[in-house]
Design a protein around this ligand. Structure first.
Ligand SMILES: [Zn+2]
Length: 124
């Protein structure tokens, strides 16, 4: 039974300090030139009538806040989806939930991304 030699204890310390002495200065961060943004004047798109919105986002004039916005669309299972669901449930139990997940079966709820108000509901 021997106590651990001093050599062993010192070796442990030197390993810790070795890592500290080996420090290299990190590469200096030089901010590059700001990316030049090409300003392209695009022709202003013509807004469509709110009631003519279909199942895709459309560029409309919000009747609530009078802003030209691209309507935000939320797809909600509507009558078409539920009818198909019931029919499928009667025919093949288990497949009835498919229409509730299909976008082509869902109603498109358009809302204004600016004021958040409902613009139009496109039903199937
Ligand atoms: Zn609005």
């Amino acid at each position: 039974m021997e106590p651990p030699s001093y050599d062993e204890a010192n070796r442990h310390l030197s390993v810790q300090t070795a890592g500290l002495s080996d420090h290299t200065s990190p590469p200096a961060y030089t901010p590059g030139p700001a990316p030049t943004v090409a300003v392209v004047s695009q022709p202003q798109p013509v807004p469509i009538i709110v009631s003519s919105l279909r199942d895709a986002p459309g560029f409309v004039l919000c009747p609530h806040c009078q802003q030209l916005v691209t309507s935000k669309v939320t797809y909600v299972a509507g009558k078409a989806a539920w009818c198909t669901c019931v029919i499928l449930a009667l025919l093949f139990c288990g497949f009835c939930l498919i229409p509730l997940c299909m976008r082509s079966m869902q109603d498109a709820h358009h809302s204004c991304p600016h004021c958040g108000k409902k613009l139009h509901i496109y039903e199937r």
